[in-house]
Ligand binder design. Structure first.
Ligand SMILES: C[S@@+](CC[C@H](N)C(=O)[O-])C[C@H]1O[C@@H](n2cnc3c(N)ncnc32)[C@H](O)[C@@H]1O
Length: 277
């Protein structure tokens, strides 16, 4: 099957669809990339051309293809302990501070953390490692880390919890030993069951409100770079609504939402706290 190049019209139609579905603005310079990624979906579905695929995707019959289309269009690059200072804050400041202030109050002792756009799971598992290492000061706590993403394929990898050396490049040997089982023949490390038990997963589009309990801490990193101002504002509104009073929002270096966070107290360029609590 020979598939021709994407025409201008087809490219802009697919870009419009991605924007409406996920809030992502695709730059004109990404046309070859979009064409290549679409070709993969054409091969997988056996559809012979871009226009036909677009028609299918936007029809009632093609609704089931939408998640695969979004999987193909999103960039899932991530690794454990990306931006180590964020995890040093989580394990070294946030968790001890939380344990100290909880000691002065009555139970329940509850901790909720959300990795918003968690991709293949390295971010929430890194959070879980920090939490697991602080078990002595969090004994008896009800703890849940939630990883969400729009990509079902990324979440399937997150659930499987098997990673290669590249993903683990910032994980020290002692932590590898404590939290992973090595499959040397396959060159993979599998997350141990007790670490997995700390994390749950959910398919979720950041453009939609998350119907969950309020979170004490939310990470939003390396996802909003491709969103325009309007979609960023929708996402920020949803994140702020999900944050508990006194909770922290940790923002990645490329999100470009600093000027939308006025309701929060700025603690660092990447760290914001919701008043109250
Ligand atoms: C580059 S990864 C970032 C992973 C991790 N937060 C990190 O910083 O390493 C970006 C993720 O955002 C997800 N994503 C893109 N648009 C989304 C949306 N509208 N809602 C939820 N997730 C989205 C993609 O599927 C992808 O897995």
């Amino acid at each position: 099957m020979t598939i021709t190049e994407l025409t201008d019209d087809e490219f802009s139609k697919f870009c419009g669809l991605i924007y409406r579905a996920a809030g992502i603005r695709i730059a004109d310079s990404k046309r070859i990339m979009v064409g290549n990624r679409l070709r993969r979906r054409l091969r997988a579905t056996g559809i012979g051309g871009f226009a036909e695929y677009y028609g299918y995707l936007t029809s009632a019959a093609g609704a089931g293809e939408m998640p695969q289309f979004l999987d193909a269009m999103t960039t899932n690059e991530t690794y454990f302990f990306r931006d180590p200072q964020h995890y040093q804050w989580l394990g070294g400041e946030f968790l001890p501070e939380l344990a100290r202030s909880a000691a002065m109050r009555r139970p329940p002792r509850r901790l909720r953390i959300w990795s918003a756009a968690c991709s293949t799971g390295e971010e929430p598992y890194s959070m879980a490692i920090e939490v697991a290492e602080k078990r002595p000061i969090l004994a008896g706590w009800d703890i849940r880390i939630l990883g969400t993403d729009i990509s079902g394929a990324a979440l399937a990898e997150a659930r499987a919890g098997r990673y290669d050396a590249r993903a683990l490049r910032l994980v020290e040997p002692a932590r590898r030993l404590a939290f992973f089982d090595e499959d040397a023949a396959a060159g993979r490390w599998a997350v141990k069951a007790d670490l997995k038990a700390l994390v749950s997963w959910k398919l979720h589009n950041l453009l939609m409100p998350l119907r969950e309990e309020l979170f004490d801490c939310i990470f939003i990193k390396n996802v909003l770079i491709y969103f325009d101002r309007d979609s960023k504002q929708v996402v920020v509104k949803n994140l702020l609504a999900a944050l508990a009073p006194g909770g922290y929002l940790l923002v990645g270096p490329t999100e470009g939402v600093y000027n939308m966070l006025e309701p929060l107290e700025k603690r660092k360029t990447w760290l914001y706290r919701k008043p109250g609590g």
